[in-house]
Design a protein around this ligand. Sequence first.
Ligand code: 5RP
Length: 232
Amino acid sequence: MTTQQKKINAAKMALKRIRPGMCVGLGTGSTTNEFINLLGQKKQLLKTLRYASSSIQTEIFAKNYSIICEDIDQFDQLDLTVDGADEVSRHGDMIKGGGGALLREKMLASISKDYLIIVDDTKMVEYLGKFPLPVEIINFSPNTTINLLKRAFKKCNLDPEIVMRVNSDGSNVITDGGNIILDCHCEEISDPNLLKEKIEEIPNVITSGFFLNMLNSVFVGDEKGSTEVFFE
Ligand code: 5RP
């Protein structure tokens, strides 16, 4: 069984939640793309829906199925958003932003009535932190920001390596919002809520890849199919 098949299994579960006429938020990444591939087969249903996307990448991918994404400002509320995650802890907290779309993903989540996270089972972890925590910052004074971040991490007894996210040619990755991303290699984060607070109070920080206290459940794909795992 490939990881891709597990992602498809999780995506199938989310597809069952789609009803005609809904306003749907589309996340970013390979798992969300599997959801879009499945939705793309439902020709009648997909025509009845309206869409907002969390990235230019998703917008382009969705066009393969004639799914046209509208500006997020066109929606007061979305019925649901379907998105992936880089890590989901046993408390239902997440690290997201591996694909660099964290800001817009958070925007979609914040106007969605239902927030469906679809992952393969390798994303389920005891504690967050093995996956480097992305921090999106204004494209200005990265070194000073790294120093301020180091201080924030120290308050949480962490001393991560912090690296600028770069493209294969060595240039900085620039997000859809024109910002840059610092990846913070922590290994294990015992108090994500405190760390999030400390990181997000730094003036140059736009947002972090912490998506905390946002989930009641997650759809997990594995070899056998998929399971909805609930959090307390
Ligand atoms: C992008 C994200 C993605 O949801 C996350 O990186 C998971 O991606 P994939 O489904 O490819 O594993 O947060 O910013």
